[in-house]
Write a protein that binds this ligand. Structure first.
Ligand code: NAD
Length: 277
């Protein structure tokens, strides 16, 4: 006999329950792309939002959008690669709400994609300092506040470096994305006793601003000799996913629906990485 999802007589209508009501969420890279898409999903679920980014103008535009959805929003201008700026950012959250329940460590750049011999040390360093060290600062600086009540940390990694290795030239980027998964698994164990869960989303091709700041140099020199199957995203006949589709998975990982899930990665790519590996 199949059991009903809710006990008989339970009239609670899940559609009207706001799963993040009064939870405080910090979203790095929250003024655009996947960060903003997720912030919108969180706003509809009743969360208070601290959105963090480098451009005050972008932060303001995003915050106005989120306030129209009914959210309380704190705009934080900071660079995730700078420890003192991230410490200040967390102090701002503490001053505003006195708690922190969800950390979405999402800020990142593609950086320079180039043959290794042409990739300059400062270009390598920049990708690592924002994507990897930035994730470290974001989580580390959040811990004193997160430990008060427990919480959920979600990191944005990628298909690159986790299940896809065919974008030859994005070596620095892929290394940071692989390391983020290792970081999540290490911290899932370390922080479990504090009731802090740590999980990862690995998006495939998602519509966002990230390509605008990507510098690609001489990639034709290192293109692999094999031809990969055509058709980038099987589930959508080649179309990209949306930030909201990633946001819905982040919502699951942020909410109590995933209360027994930690140290796990979820690919949000419409099977792109299974095809393109
Ligand atoms: P995006 O460019 O729209 O968003 C990135 C955000 O990070 C921007 O708001 C940017 O201002 C912010 N940011 C960059 N450097 C920062 C710094 N030093 N300090 C603070 N904020 C900084 O692009 P997106 O696609 O939404 O990227 C979000 C995350 O998703 C990134 O980690 C990226 O690697 C990952 N990702 C994106 C895709 C995709 O196809 N769009 C696929 C896989 C993974």
């Amino acid at each position: 006999m199949t059991r009903p999802l809710l006990p008989a007589g339970n009239s609670r209508n899940l559609a009207f329950v706001k799963s993040l009501k009064d939870k405080v969420a910090l979203i790095t890279g929250g003024s655009s792309g996947i960060g903003l898409g997720t912030a919108e999903v969180f706003a509809r679920e009743g969360a208070h939002l601290a959105i963090l980014g480098r451009s005050p103008d972008h932060l303001k535009t995003a915050a106005d959008k989120l306030r129209k959805l009914g959210a309380q929003v704190l705009e934080i201008q900071a660079d995730v690669s700078q420890e003192h700026e991230m410490k200040r950012a967390i102090s701002q959250v503490e001053k505003e709400w006195g708690q922190l329940d969800i950390v979405f460590a999402n800020a990142g750049i593609n950086g320079v994609w180039a043959p290794l011999e042409e990739l300059q040390p400062e270009e390598w360093e920049q990708t690592l300092s924002i994507n990897l060290t930035g994730t470290y600062h974001t989580i580390r600086c959040s811990l004193p506040l997160l430990k008060k009540n427990g919480g959920s940390v979600i990191i944005t990694s990628s298909v690159n470096g986790t299940r896809m290795f065919s974008n030859t030239g994005c070596t620095a980027y892929a290394c940071t994305k692989a390391a983020q998964v290792a970081m999540a698994k290490m911290l899932a164990l370390e922080l479990a006793s504090h009731k802090i869960r740590v999980n990862v989303v690995c998006p495939g091709w998602i519509e966002s601003d990230i390509d605008e700041a990507t510098e690609k140099r001489d990639l034709d020199k290192i293109a692999p000799a094999v031809e990969f199957p055509e058709g980038a995203v099987p589930l959508t006949q080649g179309a990209p996913g949306s930030a909201e589709q990633v946001g819905n998975v982040v919502l699951f990982l942020a909410s109590d629906l995933s209360s027994h899930v930690t140290g796990s990665e979820i690919w949000v790519d419409g099977a792109q990485s299974l095809l393109q590996g």
